[in-house]
Design a protein around this ligand. Structure first.
Ligand SMILES: Cc1cc2nc3c(=O)[nH]c(=O)nc-3n(C[C@H](O)[C@H](O)[C@H](O)COP(=O)(O)OP(=O)(O)OC[C@H]3O[C@@H](n4cnc5c(N)ncnc54)[C@H](O)[C@@H]3O)c2cc1C
Length: 462
Protein backbone atom coordinates (compact mmCIF):
# COMPACT_ATOMS: atom_id res chain seq x y z
CA UNK A 1 0.00 0.00 0.00
CA UNK A 2 1.37 3.41 -0.94
CA UNK A 3 1.50 6.28 1.51
CA UNK A 4 -1.15 8.95 1.57
CA UNK A 5 -1.32 12.26 3.40
CA UNK A 6 -3.45 10.74 6.14
CA UNK A 7 -0.75 8.12 6.84
CA UNK A 8 1.85 10.81 7.10
CA UNK A 9 -0.15 12.77 9.61
CA UNK A 10 -1.34 9.99 11.91
CA UNK A 11 0.00 9.43 15.36
CA UNK A 12 0.63 5.93 16.88
CA UNK A 13 3.71 4.42 18.79
CA UNK A 14 6.49 5.40 20.99
CA UNK A 15 9.49 7.57 20.29
CA UNK A 16 11.86 10.05 21.87
CA UNK A 17 12.85 7.42 24.45
CA UNK A 18 16.47 8.44 24.62
CA UNK A 19 15.79 12.01 25.62
CA UNK A 20 14.53 11.15 29.09
CA UNK A 21 14.85 13.39 32.04
CA UNK A 22 12.77 11.97 34.85
CA UNK A 23 10.51 13.89 37.11
CA UNK A 24 12.66 12.48 39.94
CA UNK A 25 15.41 14.77 38.70
CA UNK A 26 13.18 17.70 39.44
CA UNK A 27 14.68 20.16 41.84
CA UNK A 28 13.25 23.10 43.57
CA UNK A 29 16.14 25.46 43.99
CA UNK A 30 14.13 27.92 46.05
CA UNK A 31 16.98 30.35 45.61
CA UNK A 32 16.35 33.91 46.67
CA UNK A 33 15.74 36.47 43.98
CA UNK A 34 19.19 37.08 42.50
CA UNK A 35 19.88 39.80 39.97
CA UNK A 36 22.17 39.20 36.98
CA UNK A 37 25.44 40.58 38.29
CA UNK A 38 27.14 41.74 35.10
CA UNK A 39 24.36 43.78 33.62
CA UNK A 40 23.26 47.02 35.16
CA UNK A 41 19.50 46.74 35.49
CA UNK A 42 17.59 49.76 34.32
CA UNK A 43 15.14 50.61 37.08
CA UNK A 44 13.07 52.93 34.88
CA UNK A 45 9.75 51.62 33.52
CA UNK A 46 9.69 50.86 29.82
CA UNK A 47 5.89 50.81 29.65
CA UNK A 48 3.18 53.00 31.22
CA UNK A 49 1.27 51.55 34.21
CA UNK A 50 -1.07 48.62 33.57
CA UNK A 51 -4.66 49.68 32.79
CA UNK A 52 -6.01 46.40 31.39
CA UNK A 53 -4.75 42.79 31.62
CA UNK A 54 -1.19 42.86 30.32
CA UNK A 55 0.29 39.62 29.04
CA UNK A 56 4.03 39.83 28.53
CA UNK A 57 5.60 37.17 26.33
CA UNK A 58 9.35 36.56 26.46
CA UNK A 59 10.48 35.16 23.11
CA UNK A 60 9.05 35.99 19.71
CA UNK A 61 9.70 32.61 18.14
CA UNK A 62 7.42 29.65 17.41
CA UNK A 63 5.79 29.49 20.84
CA UNK A 64 5.68 33.18 21.76
CA UNK A 65 4.32 34.48 18.46
CA UNK A 66 1.62 31.81 18.47
CA UNK A 67 0.45 32.88 21.93
CA UNK A 68 0.49 36.57 20.95
CA UNK A 69 -1.63 36.17 17.82
CA UNK A 70 -4.12 33.67 19.23
CA UNK A 71 -4.58 35.53 22.49
CA UNK A 72 -5.36 38.79 20.69
CA UNK A 73 -7.90 36.92 18.52
CA UNK A 74 -9.53 35.22 21.52
CA UNK A 75 -9.42 38.22 23.87
CA UNK A 76 -8.81 41.46 21.95
CA UNK A 77 -9.04 43.58 25.10
CA UNK A 78 -5.81 42.16 26.51
CA UNK A 79 -2.64 44.19 26.13
CA UNK A 80 -0.12 41.75 24.65
CA UNK A 81 3.58 42.57 24.54
CA UNK A 82 6.25 40.36 22.94
CA UNK A 83 9.85 40.92 24.04
CA UNK A 84 12.58 39.53 21.83
CA UNK A 85 16.27 40.34 21.64
CA UNK A 86 16.38 39.81 17.88
CA UNK A 87 15.16 42.12 15.14
CA UNK A 88 14.10 39.31 12.84
CA UNK A 89 12.36 35.98 13.13
CA UNK A 90 14.55 33.38 11.44
CA UNK A 91 13.36 29.78 11.57
CA UNK A 92 15.31 26.58 12.22
CA UNK A 93 12.96 24.56 10.00
CA UNK A 94 14.15 24.72 6.37
CA UNK A 95 17.65 25.92 7.28
CA UNK A 96 19.16 22.46 6.77
CA UNK A 97 17.66 22.47 3.27
CA UNK A 98 19.58 25.65 2.54
CA UNK A 99 22.76 23.82 3.53
CA UNK A 100 21.74 21.04 1.17
CA UNK A 101 21.67 23.50 -1.71
CA UNK A 102 17.99 22.90 -2.37
CA UNK A 103 17.13 25.59 -4.89
CA UNK A 104 13.65 26.52 -3.71
CA UNK A 105 14.88 27.39 -0.20
CA UNK A 106 16.68 30.72 0.13
CA UNK A 107 17.52 33.03 3.01
CA UNK A 108 14.23 34.87 2.55
CA UNK A 109 12.37 31.56 2.94
CA UNK A 110 13.47 31.35 6.57
CA UNK A 111 13.38 35.05 7.52
CA UNK A 112 10.06 36.58 8.51
CA UNK A 113 8.86 40.03 9.48
CA UNK A 114 7.17 39.97 12.88
CA UNK A 115 5.90 43.55 12.62
CA UNK A 116 3.25 42.51 10.08
CA UNK A 117 1.30 40.14 12.40
CA UNK A 118 1.94 42.52 15.33
CA UNK A 119 0.16 45.32 13.44
CA UNK A 120 -2.55 43.03 12.08
CA UNK A 121 -3.52 41.50 15.44
CA UNK A 122 -2.65 44.47 17.64
CA UNK A 123 0.10 43.10 19.85
CA UNK A 124 3.20 45.08 20.64
CA UNK A 125 6.67 43.89 19.74
CA UNK A 126 9.66 45.29 21.61
CA UNK A 127 13.20 44.40 20.60
CA UNK A 128 15.05 44.13 23.89
CA UNK A 129 16.87 41.49 25.91
CA UNK A 130 15.29 40.18 29.10
CA UNK A 131 17.93 40.15 31.82
CA UNK A 132 15.93 39.35 34.94
CA UNK A 133 12.47 38.69 36.31
CA UNK A 134 11.10 39.58 39.74
CA UNK A 135 7.96 37.59 40.42
CA UNK A 136 7.26 39.39 43.70
CA UNK A 137 6.53 42.65 41.91
CA UNK A 138 5.68 41.12 38.52
CA UNK A 139 8.56 42.95 36.88
CA UNK A 140 10.44 41.84 33.77
CA UNK A 141 13.80 43.61 33.58
CA UNK A 142 15.04 44.31 30.08
CA UNK A 143 18.02 46.17 28.69
CA UNK A 144 15.58 49.01 27.90
CA UNK A 145 13.76 49.15 31.25
CA UNK A 146 11.11 47.38 33.33
CA UNK A 147 7.93 45.86 31.90
CA UNK A 148 5.17 44.98 34.40
CA UNK A 149 2.82 42.10 33.73
CA UNK A 150 -0.46 40.55 34.77
CA UNK A 151 0.49 37.17 33.30
CA UNK A 152 3.90 36.21 31.95
CA UNK A 153 4.49 33.69 29.13
CA UNK A 154 8.01 32.34 28.67
CA UNK A 155 9.06 30.82 25.33
CA UNK A 156 12.75 31.74 25.10
CA UNK A 157 14.07 28.52 23.52
CA UNK A 158 17.40 26.89 24.33
CA UNK A 159 20.99 27.71 25.23
CA UNK A 160 24.21 25.73 24.82
CA UNK A 161 26.03 24.06 27.67
CA UNK A 162 29.67 23.96 26.51
CA UNK A 163 30.78 24.47 30.12
CA UNK A 164 29.23 21.19 31.30
CA UNK A 165 30.36 19.16 28.30
CA UNK A 166 33.90 20.52 28.20
CA UNK A 167 34.81 21.44 31.80
CA UNK A 168 38.49 21.59 30.79
CA UNK A 169 37.84 24.37 28.24
CA UNK A 170 38.32 27.99 29.29
CA UNK A 171 36.05 30.79 28.08
CA UNK A 172 38.47 31.64 25.25
CA UNK A 173 38.24 28.11 23.86
CA UNK A 174 34.46 28.14 24.16
CA UNK A 175 34.37 31.40 22.21
CA UNK A 176 36.57 29.77 19.58
CA UNK A 177 34.18 26.81 19.38
CA UNK A 178 31.15 29.10 19.05
CA UNK A 179 32.87 31.12 16.34
CA UNK A 180 34.66 28.48 14.27
CA UNK A 181 32.32 25.53 14.69
CA UNK A 182 28.88 26.97 15.51
CA UNK A 183 26.19 24.55 16.61
CA UNK A 184 23.56 25.98 14.29
CA UNK A 185 20.60 25.18 16.54
CA UNK A 186 19.89 28.84 17.31
CA UNK A 187 18.94 30.86 14.22
CA UNK A 188 20.96 33.96 13.38
CA UNK A 189 24.70 34.42 12.95
CA UNK A 190 25.37 30.72 13.53
CA UNK A 191 23.34 29.80 10.46
CA UNK A 192 25.18 32.29 8.29
CA UNK A 193 28.58 31.14 9.54
CA UNK A 194 27.75 27.49 8.84
CA UNK A 195 26.54 28.34 5.37
CA UNK A 196 29.66 30.40 4.70
CA UNK A 197 31.97 27.68 6.06
CA UNK A 198 30.24 25.08 3.89
CA UNK A 199 30.71 27.12 0.75
CA UNK A 200 34.46 27.22 1.43
CA UNK A 201 34.73 23.42 1.54
CA UNK A 202 36.36 21.90 -1.53
CA UNK A 203 37.38 18.54 -0.06
CA UNK A 204 37.88 16.71 3.24
CA UNK A 205 35.58 15.89 6.13
CA UNK A 206 32.44 17.72 7.17
CA UNK A 207 31.78 16.63 10.74
CA UNK A 208 28.46 16.83 12.62
CA UNK A 209 28.32 15.92 16.30
CA UNK A 210 25.17 14.86 18.16
CA UNK A 211 25.04 15.94 21.81
CA UNK A 212 24.04 13.99 24.90
CA UNK A 213 20.68 14.28 26.62
CA UNK A 214 17.88 16.53 25.49
CA UNK A 215 18.52 18.95 22.69
CA UNK A 216 16.49 21.08 20.29
CA UNK A 217 14.99 19.24 17.34
CA UNK A 218 16.36 15.69 17.76
CA UNK A 219 16.30 14.91 14.00
CA UNK A 220 18.14 18.14 13.07
CA UNK A 221 21.75 16.80 13.20
CA UNK A 222 20.84 13.73 11.11
CA UNK A 223 18.86 15.77 8.58
CA UNK A 224 21.84 18.12 8.42
CA UNK A 225 24.21 15.21 7.75
CA UNK A 226 21.98 14.20 4.82
CA UNK A 227 21.84 17.76 3.54
CA UNK A 228 25.64 18.15 3.75
CA UNK A 229 25.87 14.89 1.78
CA UNK A 230 23.34 16.17 -0.76
CA UNK A 231 25.49 19.30 -1.20
CA UNK A 232 28.66 17.21 -1.62
CA UNK A 233 26.98 15.06 -4.27
CA UNK A 234 25.47 18.04 -6.07
CA UNK A 235 28.82 19.82 -6.31
CA UNK A 236 30.83 16.61 -6.86
CA UNK A 237 33.18 17.45 -3.99
CA UNK A 238 35.86 15.03 -2.82
CA UNK A 239 34.39 15.20 0.66
CA UNK A 240 32.71 13.04 3.28
CA UNK A 241 30.25 13.60 6.11
CA UNK A 242 31.18 12.11 9.47
CA UNK A 243 28.51 11.87 12.18
CA UNK A 244 29.86 11.56 15.73
CA UNK A 245 26.83 10.58 17.77
CA UNK A 246 26.60 10.21 21.55
CA UNK A 247 23.65 7.83 20.97
CA UNK A 248 24.05 4.27 19.64
CA UNK A 249 21.94 5.03 16.60
CA UNK A 250 19.97 8.04 15.31
CA UNK A 251 17.77 9.03 18.24
CA UNK A 252 14.95 10.30 16.04
CA UNK A 253 13.19 8.56 13.09
CA UNK A 254 15.71 5.78 13.77
CA UNK A 255 14.98 3.24 10.99
CA UNK A 256 14.33 5.99 8.45
CA UNK A 257 17.64 7.80 9.03
CA UNK A 258 19.50 4.47 9.07
CA UNK A 259 17.93 3.72 5.70
CA UNK A 260 19.08 7.11 4.38
CA UNK A 261 22.65 6.67 5.65
CA UNK A 262 22.93 3.10 4.27
CA UNK A 263 20.97 3.34 1.04
CA UNK A 264 21.19 6.96 -0.12
CA UNK A 265 24.64 7.98 1.09
CA UNK A 266 26.70 4.78 1.67
CA UNK A 267 29.67 6.40 -0.08
CA UNK A 268 29.41 9.77 1.65
CA UNK A 269 28.17 9.41 5.26
CA UNK A 270 30.34 7.67 7.86
CA UNK A 271 28.53 7.12 11.16
CA UNK A 272 30.05 6.63 14.64
CA UNK A 273 27.49 5.87 17.36
CA UNK A 274 28.26 5.66 21.11
CA UNK A 275 30.88 8.36 20.68
CA UNK A 276 31.77 11.14 23.06
CA UNK A 277 33.64 14.22 21.83
CA UNK A 278 36.56 14.88 24.16
CA UNK A 279 38.41 17.77 22.55
CA UNK A 280 38.90 19.85 19.42
CA UNK A 281 42.29 21.04 18.18
CA UNK A 282 41.31 24.15 16.23
CA UNK A 283 44.90 24.92 15.15
CA UNK A 284 45.25 21.61 13.36
CA UNK A 285 41.53 21.16 12.60
CA UNK A 286 41.22 17.81 14.35
CA UNK A 287 38.40 16.52 16.56
CA UNK A 288 39.06 13.89 19.25
CA UNK A 289 36.41 11.48 20.50
CA UNK A 290 36.04 8.24 22.45
CA UNK A 291 34.25 5.56 20.48
CA UNK A 292 32.36 2.93 22.54
CA UNK A 293 30.49 1.21 19.71
CA UNK A 294 30.96 -2.29 18.22
CA UNK A 295 34.59 -3.45 18.15
CA UNK A 296 35.79 -0.69 20.45
CA UNK A 297 36.82 -3.00 23.34
CA UNK A 298 36.11 -2.64 27.07
CA UNK A 299 37.93 0.67 27.39
CA UNK A 300 36.54 2.21 24.23
CA UNK A 301 38.80 3.52 21.48
CA UNK A 302 40.26 7.02 21.31
CA UNK A 303 39.81 8.34 17.81
CA UNK A 304 40.54 11.51 15.92
CA UNK A 305 39.37 12.92 12.61
CA UNK A 306 40.52 15.92 10.65
CA UNK A 307 37.88 18.31 9.39
CA UNK A 308 37.36 20.93 6.73
CA UNK A 309 34.11 21.97 8.42
CA UNK A 310 33.05 21.19 11.98
CA UNK A 311 29.45 21.52 13.15
CA UNK A 312 30.02 20.96 16.87
CA UNK A 313 26.61 20.69 18.52
CA UNK A 314 27.21 20.82 22.27
CA UNK A 315 24.84 19.73 25.02
CA UNK A 316 21.77 21.94 25.26
CA UNK A 317 19.92 23.37 28.24
CA UNK A 318 16.81 25.46 28.70
CA UNK A 319 17.29 29.17 28.09
CA UNK A 320 18.46 30.96 31.30
CA UNK A 321 15.31 33.15 31.20
CA UNK A 322 13.54 30.24 32.96
CA UNK A 323 16.08 30.39 35.78
CA UNK A 324 15.62 34.17 36.01
CA UNK A 325 11.95 33.58 36.87
CA UNK A 326 13.05 31.54 39.90
CA UNK A 327 10.42 28.86 39.31
CA UNK A 328 10.76 25.14 39.92
CA UNK A 329 12.80 23.47 37.19
CA UNK A 330 13.93 20.08 35.94
CA UNK A 331 17.63 19.22 35.76
CA UNK A 332 17.75 20.48 32.16
CA UNK A 333 16.66 23.92 33.38
CA UNK A 334 13.16 23.64 31.96
CA UNK A 335 10.02 24.51 33.91
CA UNK A 336 8.01 22.10 36.04
CA UNK A 337 4.39 22.63 35.05
CA UNK A 338 1.04 22.24 36.71
CA UNK A 339 0.28 19.51 34.17
CA UNK A 340 -1.60 19.26 31.93
CA UNK A 341 -1.60 23.08 31.80
CA UNK A 342 1.41 25.20 30.84
CA UNK A 343 1.37 27.06 34.16
CA UNK A 344 4.43 26.88 36.38
CA UNK A 345 3.86 24.81 39.54
CA UNK A 346 5.51 27.61 41.47
CA UNK A 347 3.51 30.54 40.10
CA UNK A 348 0.22 30.18 38.25
CA UNK A 349 0.62 33.59 36.63
CA UNK A 350 3.65 32.30 34.71
CA UNK A 351 3.13 30.07 31.66
CA UNK A 352 5.91 28.26 29.78
CA UNK A 353 5.69 26.88 26.24
CA UNK A 354 8.07 25.67 23.53
CA UNK A 355 11.44 24.01 24.02
CA UNK A 356 11.54 25.13 27.67
CA UNK A 357 8.82 22.59 28.45
CA UNK A 358 11.40 19.95 29.16
CA UNK A 359 9.33 16.82 29.72
CA UNK A 360 10.87 13.73 28.13
CA UNK A 361 7.74 13.02 26.08
CA UNK A 362 7.68 16.50 24.51
CA UNK A 363 9.67 16.69 21.27
CA UNK A 364 11.53 20.02 21.09
CA UNK A 365 9.99 21.23 17.85
CA UNK A 366 8.41 24.30 16.30
CA UNK A 367 5.25 22.31 15.73
CA UNK A 368 5.01 21.44 19.43
CA UNK A 369 5.74 25.05 20.42
CA UNK A 370 2.95 26.19 18.10
CA UNK A 371 0.62 23.54 19.47
CA UNK A 372 1.37 24.41 23.11
CA UNK A 373 1.13 28.13 22.32
CA UNK A 374 -2.34 27.65 20.86
CA UNK A 375 -3.55 25.86 24.01
CA UNK A 376 -1.84 28.35 26.30
CA UNK A 377 -3.52 31.30 24.53
CA UNK A 378 -6.91 29.62 24.92
CA UNK A 379 -6.30 29.02 28.63
CA UNK A 380 -5.29 32.64 29.28
CA UNK A 381 -8.23 34.03 27.25
CA UNK A 382 -10.72 31.90 29.21
CA UNK A 383 -9.08 32.84 32.50
CA UNK A 384 -9.39 36.54 31.64
CA UNK A 385 -13.12 35.96 31.09
CA UNK A 386 -13.41 34.01 34.38
CA UNK A 387 -14.39 30.97 32.34
CA UNK A 388 -13.33 27.42 33.08
CA UNK A 389 -10.59 25.77 31.03
CA UNK A 390 -10.49 21.98 30.79
CA UNK A 391 -6.83 21.20 29.99
CA UNK A 392 -7.52 17.53 29.30
CA UNK A 393 -9.54 18.46 26.19
CA UNK A 394 -6.61 20.12 24.37
CA UNK A 395 -3.52 18.00 23.85
CA UNK A 396 -0.51 19.09 21.77
CA UNK A 397 0.66 17.07 18.76
CA UNK A 398 3.72 16.97 16.60
CA UNK A 399 4.69 16.23 13.05
CA UNK A 400 8.29 16.48 12.03
CA UNK A 401 9.56 16.01 8.48
CA UNK A 402 13.23 15.66 7.54
CA UNK A 403 14.60 16.14 4.05
CA UNK A 404 16.85 13.34 2.86
CA UNK A 405 17.82 14.30 -0.69
CA UNK A 406 16.90 16.48 -3.65
CA UNK A 407 16.58 15.67 -7.36
CA UNK A 408 14.66 13.47 -6.80
CA UNK A 409 13.18 14.97 -3.63
CA UNK A 410 12.79 12.49 -0.79
CA UNK A 411 11.88 13.06 2.86
CA UNK A 412 10.94 11.05 5.94
CA UNK A 413 8.57 11.90 8.74
CA UNK A 414 7.51 11.12 12.29
CA UNK A 415 4.44 12.24 14.17
CA UNK A 416 3.71 12.23 17.89
CA UNK A 417 0.42 12.22 19.76
CA UNK A 418 0.68 13.43 23.35
CA UNK A 419 -1.85 12.34 25.97
CA UNK A 420 -2.22 12.91 29.69
CA UNK A 421 -3.25 9.76 31.56
CA UNK A 422 -3.25 8.93 35.27
CA UNK A 423 -1.35 12.08 36.09
CA UNK A 424 1.36 11.46 33.46
CA UNK A 425 2.19 12.75 30.01
CA UNK A 426 2.52 9.98 27.43
CA UNK A 427 3.61 10.00 23.80
CA UNK A 428 2.93 7.77 20.82
CA UNK A 429 5.04 8.15 17.71
CA UNK A 430 4.55 6.93 14.18
CA UNK A 431 7.04 6.75 11.29
CA UNK A 432 5.34 6.15 7.93
CA UNK A 433 6.77 3.37 5.75
CA UNK A 434 5.75 2.95 2.12
CA UNK A 435 5.05 -0.76 1.61
CA UNK A 436 4.95 -0.41 -2.17
CA UNK A 437 8.51 0.93 -2.44
CA UNK A 438 9.65 -0.70 0.82
CA UNK A 439 11.15 2.63 1.82
CA UNK A 440 10.65 5.21 4.53
CA UNK A 441 11.71 8.03 2.23
CA UNK A 442 9.11 9.28 -0.18
CA UNK A 443 8.44 12.10 -2.67
CA UNK A 444 5.03 12.76 -1.14
CA UNK A 445 6.56 13.41 2.28
CA UNK A 446 9.05 15.78 0.62
CA UNK A 447 6.19 17.78 -0.87
CA UNK A 448 4.37 17.68 2.48
CA UNK A 449 7.42 19.32 4.09
CA UNK A 450 6.97 22.46 1.97
CA UNK A 451 3.21 22.45 2.62
CA UNK A 452 3.80 22.00 6.35
CA UNK A 453 6.21 24.94 6.48
CA UNK A 454 3.84 27.26 4.59
CA UNK A 455 0.98 26.14 6.84
CA UNK A 456 2.72 26.69 10.16
CA UNK A 457 4.07 30.08 9.08
CA UNK A 458 0.55 31.08 8.08
CA UNK A 459 -0.77 29.89 11.45
CA UNK A 460 1.82 31.91 13.37
CA UNK A 461 2.17 35.02 11.21
CA UNK A 462 -0.62 35.10 8.66
C1 LIG B 1 18.13 23.38 12.04
C2 LIG B 1 16.81 23.23 12.72
C3 LIG B 1 15.78 22.55 12.09
C4 LIG B 1 14.54 22.42 12.70
N1 LIG B 1 13.54 21.78 12.05
C5 LIG B 1 12.32 21.69 12.59
C6 LIG B 1 11.25 21.10 11.87
O1 LIG B 1 11.41 20.62 10.75
N2 LIG B 1 10.04 21.06 12.46
C7 LIG B 1 9.82 21.59 13.70
O2 LIG B 1 8.67 21.55 14.16
N3 LIG B 1 10.82 22.15 14.41
C8 LIG B 1 12.06 22.22 13.90
N4 LIG B 1 13.08 22.82 14.59
C9 LIG B 1 12.90 23.17 16.03
C10 LIG B 1 12.24 24.51 16.26
O3 LIG B 1 12.91 25.54 15.59
C11 LIG B 1 12.20 24.82 17.76
O4 LIG B 1 11.78 23.70 18.47
C12 LIG B 1 11.29 26.00 18.04
O5 LIG B 1 11.87 27.16 17.49
C13 LIG B 1 11.05 26.18 19.53
O6 LIG B 1 10.21 27.30 19.73
P1 LIG B 1 10.42 28.23 21.01
O7 LIG B 1 9.35 29.24 20.98
O8 LIG B 1 10.61 27.41 22.21
O9 LIG B 1 11.85 28.93 20.75
P2 LIG B 1 12.30 29.88 19.56
O10 LIG B 1 11.48 29.69 18.36
O11 LIG B 1 13.78 29.71 19.44
O12 LIG B 1 12.02 31.33 20.13
C14 LIG B 1 12.76 31.83 21.21
C15 LIG B 1 12.90 33.33 21.06
O13 LIG B 1 13.31 33.86 22.32
C16 LIG B 1 14.23 34.91 22.08
N5 LIG B 1 15.03 35.08 23.31
C17 LIG B 1 15.86 34.18 23.88
N6 LIG B 1 16.40 34.72 24.99
C18 LIG B 1 15.88 35.97 25.12
C19 LIG B 1 16.06 37.00 26.08
N7 LIG B 1 16.86 36.86 27.14
N8 LIG B 1 15.39 38.16 25.89
C20 LIG B 1 14.56 38.33 24.82
N9 LIG B 1 14.36 37.39 23.89
C21 LIG B 1 15.01 36.21 24.06
C22 LIG B 1 15.03 34.42 20.89
O14 LIG B 1 15.64 35.51 20.21
C23 LIG B 1 13.97 33.73 20.04
O15 LIG B 1 13.41 34.58 19.06
C24 LIG B 1 14.33 22.98 13.99
C25 LIG B 1 15.36 23.67 14.63
C26 LIG B 1 16.59 23.81 14.00
C27 LIG B 1 17.68 24.58 14.68
Amino acid sequence: MALNRRDILKFPFLAMAATTIDAKNERDRKKPYSPIPLLQKLEKPLMPPITKPRIVIVGGGFGGLTVAKKLKIAYPDAEVIVLDKREIFMTGPMFNLMLGGIDRVRLDTIIHNRTIPAAKYGYRLIVTEVIDIDRRFKHVYTTKGIVDYTFLVLSPGIAYDYEKQFPHWDSEKITLARTISPAGLIPGEEFLTLLHNLHLVKEGNIIVTVPMGKYRCPPAPYERACMFANYIRKHRLKAKVIVIDSYSEPVSKTPAFKEAFHEVYPDIIEYYGDSIVTDVDYDNKVIHFDYWGPGSGDDGTSMKKSFSLLNLIPNNKANPVIEMANIKTLAWGSAVLKAPTYQSVTDEDIYVVGDCVGYSVFPESGQMANSMGTICAKHIALRLQNRKFDPTKDMPGNICISMIQSEPDRAISESHAITYKNGKWEVEGYIPFDKSTKQYRSPLIAQTLFDWYDGIMEDILG
